[in-house]
Write a protein that binds this ligand. Structure first.
Ligand SMILES: [Zn+2]
Ligand SMILES: [Zn+2]
Length: 421
């Protein structure tokens, strides 16, 4: 019986894994330096956490969640995104307080029953940050700057991505706006798709997320939330734009951009890249001020974003993955037990000295070991044949120059260190 991975879920294996590891390592050091702390939550949560925070009527909850009952009949869901989980975790572990700012990040897999034929993964990965504290447009600017600087740190230049922002307003401004929008959409009702007809009854802003061409056309002519903000939202959004200007962050205001999750209010933003084609964002985020309180935590605001790792790697993977790894030292031996024992002892000594080593004691022939060393692109081969054993030496074959020399066993580590320095 030969098994296969589930459709839409992939193994991440060599050689691609080096790109993932490099990305994760850059991410951790970048964010740790900026006082963000990592959180890791379970992959599974009670379903209610997602349905209540993300919203029943969203595509994610309505169509895409992996939901199942456990043996006791409780409804569980594989996390489709992380903000709700992070909020639950920081409340449960008392990591946020009313008057403080707290910063967190995560790296990990999410699960959505997307259509694999459209190139979507059902298990995909995100890097994200969440900042909790009193709502203040300086913090929105900080988070957007962080996202830009992260992409720059990964080697993208500013012309390769665009920062789009918008404000989707608060409850106060959305009510009169919804009335205007209803009137407009009713007048176009027959042109909308079935999903959008339903969205009109539940959460109208979602019509703007619809991918159906006819709905996009209707949306293009509709009243814009950005033109209908209350004074407070207007002031906040203007403050954010002023800060972004001061920080010399290039952005575009995209009035049709709304985020398809219930918990967002106020500023939202996304990053697109012309190098990936226009349809998909690499990163998206926004402010979600009511979420922490509604999940039983203190009355603090929140803002965050998530980056799609698979898409990000399409942009920066090759440059990340080609980073020079440590030079490899290959230890070769003869077929005799004493030679193998000496080789394994040398292996232990080199590893203790933080040197990157390869050994294959199952091999007996020197020739096949040299062939393998060549294939692995080893810097040099340390040979412990029967002759070397008798003399208490090790032969060193330099794989770049092809030269071979003999050193005393006691000197091997120092000679190798000099060679790879
Ligand atoms: Zn408002
Ligand atoms: Zn539609």
């Amino acid at each position: 019986m030969k098994y296969q991975a589930i459709r839409g879920m992939s193994d991440i294996v060599p050689p691609e894994i080096t790109q993932w590891q490099a990305l994760e390592s850059v991410t951790r050091s970048f964010l740790n330096k900026r006082s963000y702390q990592e959180v890791r939550t379970p992959l599974v949560e009670y379903t209610e956490l997602f349905t209540r925070s993300i919203g029943e009527e969203t595509d994610i909850v309505f169509k895409e969640m992996y939901t199942f009952e456990d043996r006791k009949g409780r409804s569980l869901t594989l996390r489709p995104e992380m903000t709700a989980s992070v909020v639950r975790a920081v409340i449960e572990n008392n990591l946020i307080a009313q008057d403080d700012t707290a910063r967190f990040y995560y790296i990990g897999p999410m699960f959505r029953a997307e259509r694999p034929q459209a190139g979507r993964r059902r298990q995909f990965h995100q890097i994200g940050v969440e900042l909790f504290g009193k709502a203040d447009f300086f913090q929105d600017a900080e988070v957007i700057m962080l996202l830009r600087d992260f992409l720059l740190a990964l080697g993208l230049n500013e012309n390769e991505f665009a920062i789009n922002i918008n404000s989707i307003g608060c409850k106060t401004c959305r009510e009169p706006f919804n009335a205007k929008l209803t009137e407009y959409l009713r007048s176009k009702g027959s042109e909308l798709c079935g999903d959008c007809m339903r969205r009109m009854q539940t959460n109208m802003l979602r019509v703007f997320d619809c991918k159906v061409e006819a709905c996009k056309t209707v949306c293009a002519g509709s009243p814009k939330i950005t033109d209908n903000l209350c004074d407070e939202c207007n002031h906040y959004f203007a403050g954010l734009r002023r800060q972004l200007d001061d920080l010399k962050i290039k952005y575009a205001i995209v009035p049709s951009m709304v985020r398809g999750l219930d918990y967002y209010s106020g500023p939202v933003f996304e990053i697109t890249s012309s190098k990936l084609g226009a349809q998909d964002a690499i990163a998206a985020g926004g402010r979600y001020d009511g979420l922490v309180k509604s999940c039983g935590g203190p009355d603090v605001g929140g803002i965050g974003f998530a980056i799609g790792v698979e898409r990000l790697l399409q942009l920066v993977g090759t440059s990340l993955g080609s980073g020079q790894t440590d030079q490899l030292i290959y230890i070769a031996h003869s077929d005799s037990e004493s030679s193998k024992a000496r080789a394994l002892a040398l292996y232990a000594e080199l590893v203790k000295n933080d040197i990157n080593v390869f050994i294959d004691v199952a091999k007996g022939s020197l020739k096949s070991q040299l062939r393998q060393a060549n294939k692995l692109n080893a810097r040099c081969v340390l040979i412990i044949g029967d002759e070397e054993l008798d003399e208490g030496t090790v032969s060193i074959k330099d794989m770049q120059s092809g030269e071979q020399s003999s050193v005393k066993s006691a000197d091997v580590v120092n000679v190798v260190k000099k060679l790879i320095s």
